[in-house]
Design a protein around this ligand. Structure first.
Ligand code: TYM
Length: 337
């Protein structure tokens, strides 16, 4: 982490978004949000709600509107300071959709077809394989490139989308001269892929139908304890990180992220102790990690006026940067500006 915290005189631009499809899971939190908070201390950060991306699953409008507000409040609850950072909502900055269209024309059908997330989502939802789902990575590229982002903190599942973003940026730069900063994915060593508590071969996901499989950042302490106690492990009864022990490896990663201890230290701590003890310790570490987030969220949600003002201010600041990039790009491709 330290290597990407820049000195104040040369701050790096850090950018990332999260979809408002449901409350973030512990996977979103450890894979992305916790890093956002840490990076926000010393970098020039822009974070926000990717509501345009969420439209690809055609959410119910009233629920969607509420969830977008809730996720915005969650971003402030993890500790992002809206005065020091830009925290915004993607659809309120119209340049995202505009640049996405332009970049669609600089992305090949073949390369977009290779995206594994598109293939997986298309296979899982055959009834709604829309063009938005196909063009999803291009909108992501537009998000990132509008702000000349240096680093993009994401979980492992977004790695390929960062690669296509880099390819699009490099292609555009080659055609028109240096226009975009070519961004780098920032993927933490531990926690980049938190797995389901019920099927550790699958990533923890908001859309999992089994409520015991994922922990929400807003789960009550008793619920968190119950979920960890019923987490699927193995029959070896030895806390060690090894191939074939996916359930324990996942719990060790979660414990490591919440306590800062590395795997050898965790193995030592639980030497000779059973999985029951270990699961309780992991649950307690998660409960303590999420407690301040939950408390802050509950109090923020009571102040809708403050939230609305933060959204307006954040979107205004984001738009000022985005408009400059879009004007430059529009001019380069020959649009009448
Ligand atoms: P989303 O909303 O699915 O997830 C938000 C962030 O959480 C990470 N994540 C995980 N990390 C570890 N373990 C897991 N089980 C896990 N599940 C999710 C994701 O990698 C992500 O960082 N397309 C993006 C949103 C987006 C975006 C962007 C991100 C839109 N535009 C521009 C970066 C830059 C998404 O769907 O994230």
């Amino acid at each position: 982490m330290e290597s990407h915290l820049s000195p104040p005189e040369k701050k790096k631009r850090v950018f990332s978004l999260i979809q408002p499809t449901a409350m973030p899971t512990l996977g979103n939190y450890l894979g992305a949000l916790k890093n956002w908070k840490e990076m926000s201390e010393l970098n020039d950060c822009i974070f926000g709600v990717a509501d345009l991306h969420a439209l690809t699953v055609r959410p119910e409008p009233a629920v969607f509107r509420r969830q977008s507000l809730e996720i915005f409040a969650m971003l402030l609850s993890i500790g992002l300071d809206p005065e020091k950072n830009i925290v915004f909502v993607q659809s309120r900055v119209e340049q995202h959709a505009q640049l996405a269209w332009i970049l669609n024309c600089y992305t090949q059908f073949g390369e977009a077809s290779r995206m594994t997330q598109f293939k997986e989502k298309a296979a899982a939802h055959e009834e709604n394989v829309n063009v938005g789902l196909f063009a999803y990575p291009v909108l992501m590229a537009a998000d990132i490139l509008l702000y000349n982002s240096d680093f993009v903190p994401v979980g492992e599942d977004q790695r390929q989308h960062l690669e296509i973003t880099r390819d699009i940026a490099e292609r555009f730069n080659q055609l028109y001269g240096r226009t975009f900063t070519v961004p780098e994915a920032y993927i933490g060593k531990v926690g980049a892929r938190i797995m389901s508590l019920q099927d550790p071969a699958k990533k923890m996901s908001k859309s999992d139908l089994n409520p015991k499989a994922s922990v929400s950042v807003l789960d009550e302490p008793e619920v968190i304890l119950k979920k960890f106690k019923s987490a699927v492990t193995d029959s070896e009864a030895c806390v060690r990180y090894a191939e074939g022990k996916d359930g324990i490896n996942n719990l060790m990663a979660i414990y490591s992220c919440c306590t800062g201890r590395d795997f050898p230290a965790i193995e030592k701590e639980f030497e000779g102790r059973g999985y029951g003890d270990f699961k309780t310790a992991v649950a307690e570490a998660v409960i303590e990690e999420l407690r301040p987030v939950r408390e802050s969220y509950l109090s923020l949600m009571k102040d809708s006026g403050y939230l609305a003002a933060c959204i307006d201010a954040g979107c205004g600041k984001a738009r000022a940067i985005a408009a400059k990039t879009l004007a430059k790009v529009s001019k380069k491709v020959g649009l009448l500006v």
